[in-house]
Write a protein that binds this ligand. Sequence first.
Ligand SMILES: Nc1ncnc2c1ncn2[C@@H]1O[C@H](COP(=O)(O)OP(=O)(O)OP(=O)(O)O)[C@@H](O)[C@H]1O
Ligand SMILES: [Mg+2]
Length: 163
Amino acid sequence: MAALDLAALARDVVKDWLPRAWARQIDLGLDADDHPVMVQGNRLMLTEMLNNLIDNAIRYTPPGGHATVRATADPFEPFAYLDVEDTGPGIAPADRERVMERFYRVLGTNTEGSGLGLAIVREIVQQHGGEVSIDDHVYQQEPRLAGARFRITLRRPAPELSA
Ligand SMILES: Nc1ncnc2c1ncn2[C@@H]1O[C@H](COP(=O)(O)OP(=O)(O)OP(=O)(O)O)[C@@H](O)[C@H]1O
Ligand SMILES: [Mg+2]
């Protein structure tokens, strides 16, 4: 664990995924603060976590959709947020706990996968003392897709008191 900038990490990982996103006709974007979002974390593990979330966003969102990664610091609370959201089918509330379990896959996605990605995400977040939540992201009429938003909440170290 070391001090690292979540916004810079998000920028680097998103850049790596751009070719694969374009190939799938997904508009992958970054929405990061200009200033650093400092957390205590393990760079390799957090990169792996983000890889799994972006992989899902790109894999389950139909071509023509959007995926956005956002790193923000809560201005009033000691928390940092890493959000990965997409305009795909979303995850039904009843499945939100279970998708984080190993080998669980929602039926009817027609997409290959082993059901391990989110279990790895959960493990990494737990090792960082953080939390994962899943929400809807968008409400569209045509096509009617809920979108998914994964939010990782990590604790920010208290800023050092300036002398
Ligand atoms: N962004 C998303 N939008 C819609 N459904 C999703 C999304 N992310 C995950 N899911 C659902 O949750 C299930 C579990 O995801 P998870 O990443 O754990 O496994 P996987 O993608 O099936 O396989 P892999 O081990 O290759 O990641 C998926 O099969 C899919 O049904
Ligand atoms: Mg996956």
